[in-house]
Design a protein around this ligand. Structure first.
Ligand code: CA
Ligand code: CA
Length: 126
Protein backbone atom coordinates (compact mmCIF):
# COMPACT_ATOMS: atom_id res chain seq x y z
CA UNK A 1 0.00 0.00 0.00
CA UNK A 2 1.36 3.39 -0.96
CA UNK A 3 1.81 5.89 1.83
CA UNK A 4 -0.54 8.85 1.85
CA UNK A 5 0.51 12.01 0.08
CA UNK A 6 1.65 14.70 2.47
CA UNK A 7 -1.39 16.66 3.61
CA UNK A 8 0.55 19.76 4.49
CA UNK A 9 3.03 21.80 2.48
CA UNK A 10 5.96 20.20 4.31
CA UNK A 11 8.49 22.65 2.98
CA UNK A 12 11.93 22.87 4.43
CA UNK A 13 13.24 26.18 3.22
CA UNK A 14 16.62 27.67 3.51
CA UNK A 15 18.56 24.51 4.20
CA UNK A 16 22.10 23.93 3.04
CA UNK A 17 22.00 20.63 1.19
CA UNK A 18 24.97 18.31 1.16
CA UNK A 19 27.62 18.47 -0.13
CA UNK A 20 27.46 22.16 0.84
CA UNK A 21 29.33 22.13 4.13
CA UNK A 22 29.72 25.85 4.59
CA UNK A 23 27.40 28.75 3.72
CA UNK A 24 30.09 30.35 1.57
CA UNK A 25 30.29 27.17 -0.56
CA UNK A 26 26.76 27.06 -1.90
CA UNK A 27 23.22 28.35 -1.87
CA UNK A 28 20.31 27.53 0.40
CA UNK A 29 17.71 25.19 -1.05
CA UNK A 30 14.01 24.43 -0.87
CA UNK A 31 12.89 20.87 -0.27
CA UNK A 32 9.28 19.79 -0.26
CA UNK A 33 8.34 16.60 1.61
CA UNK A 34 11.84 15.23 1.07
CA UNK A 35 11.11 11.86 2.72
CA UNK A 36 8.89 10.95 -0.27
CA UNK A 37 12.08 10.21 -2.21
CA UNK A 38 12.89 7.39 0.22
CA UNK A 39 9.34 6.29 1.16
CA UNK A 40 10.31 2.95 2.65
CA UNK A 41 12.37 4.66 5.32
CA UNK A 42 9.70 7.11 6.52
CA UNK A 43 6.39 6.36 4.76
CA UNK A 44 4.43 8.86 6.87
CA UNK A 45 7.07 11.55 6.94
CA UNK A 46 9.79 12.56 9.32
CA UNK A 47 7.34 13.88 11.93
CA UNK A 48 5.66 10.50 12.33
CA UNK A 49 6.68 8.32 15.27
CA UNK A 50 3.81 5.80 15.50
CA UNK A 51 3.78 4.35 11.98
CA UNK A 52 0.35 5.76 11.14
CA UNK A 53 -0.72 8.76 9.09
CA UNK A 54 -0.45 12.06 10.89
CA UNK A 55 2.42 13.89 12.51
CA UNK A 56 3.07 13.31 16.20
CA UNK A 57 5.19 16.47 16.39
CA UNK A 58 5.03 19.88 14.76
CA UNK A 59 8.51 20.87 15.88
CA UNK A 60 11.83 19.72 14.43
CA UNK A 61 11.38 16.36 16.11
CA UNK A 62 10.35 13.08 14.60
CA UNK A 63 11.23 9.48 13.89
CA UNK A 64 14.92 10.08 13.22
CA UNK A 65 15.96 13.43 14.66
CA UNK A 66 15.16 15.79 17.50
CA UNK A 67 16.80 19.09 16.57
CA UNK A 68 16.78 21.89 19.10
CA UNK A 69 19.05 24.47 20.65
CA UNK A 70 21.01 23.88 23.83
CA UNK A 71 22.36 27.33 24.55
CA UNK A 72 22.49 26.64 28.28
CA UNK A 73 24.71 23.57 27.62
CA UNK A 74 22.80 21.21 29.91
CA UNK A 75 22.43 18.59 27.14
CA UNK A 76 18.65 18.93 27.32
CA UNK A 77 16.60 20.13 24.35
CA UNK A 78 15.45 23.71 24.42
CA UNK A 79 13.70 25.68 21.72
CA UNK A 80 12.77 23.96 18.47
CA UNK A 81 11.02 25.63 15.53
CA UNK A 82 7.30 24.82 15.48
CA UNK A 83 4.93 24.79 12.50
CA UNK A 84 1.39 23.41 12.50
CA UNK A 85 1.61 22.99 8.71
CA UNK A 86 5.11 21.46 8.90
CA UNK A 87 6.48 24.34 6.85
CA UNK A 88 9.85 25.30 8.21
CA UNK A 89 10.70 28.55 6.47
CA UNK A 90 12.92 30.99 8.33
CA UNK A 91 15.09 33.93 7.34
CA UNK A 92 18.85 33.77 7.59
CA UNK A 93 21.26 36.70 7.58
CA UNK A 94 24.77 35.59 8.44
CA UNK A 95 25.76 39.21 9.04
CA UNK A 96 23.64 39.15 12.19
CA UNK A 97 24.22 37.34 15.48
CA UNK A 98 23.53 33.58 15.38
CA UNK A 99 20.75 34.06 17.94
CA UNK A 100 18.77 35.88 15.24
CA UNK A 101 18.63 32.87 12.90
CA UNK A 102 18.25 30.04 15.39
CA UNK A 103 15.16 28.61 13.65
CA UNK A 104 16.89 28.49 10.26
CA UNK A 105 19.94 26.79 11.77
CA UNK A 106 17.88 24.19 13.65
CA UNK A 107 15.81 23.46 10.53
CA UNK A 108 19.02 22.89 8.59
CA UNK A 109 20.22 20.52 11.33
CA UNK A 110 16.92 18.61 11.28
CA UNK A 111 17.27 17.96 7.56
CA UNK A 112 21.00 17.31 7.59
CA UNK A 113 20.74 14.60 10.23
CA UNK A 114 18.02 12.59 8.49
CA UNK A 115 19.73 9.27 7.74
CA UNK A 116 18.23 8.80 4.29
CA UNK A 117 18.34 12.41 3.15
CA UNK A 118 21.95 12.88 2.35
CA UNK A 119 22.42 11.16 -0.96
CA UNK A 120 19.00 10.67 -2.49
CA UNK A 121 17.50 14.14 -2.50
CA UNK A 122 17.59 16.40 -5.53
CA UNK A 123 18.19 20.05 -4.86
CA UNK A 124 16.00 22.89 -6.01
CA UNK A 125 17.89 26.12 -5.57
CA UNK A 126 16.12 29.30 -4.64
CA1 CA B 1 1.79 9.29 12.92
CA1 CA C 1 19.31 22.95 27.15
Amino acid sequence: MAPPAPAAPNDFRGVYPQPVFNPDRGARALRNAPWTLAPIASPFGWHDTNGAAGAEYTITRGNNVYASEDVNADNLPGFSPNSATLDFDYPLNLANAPSTYQSAAITNLFLLEQPHARCVLPIRLR
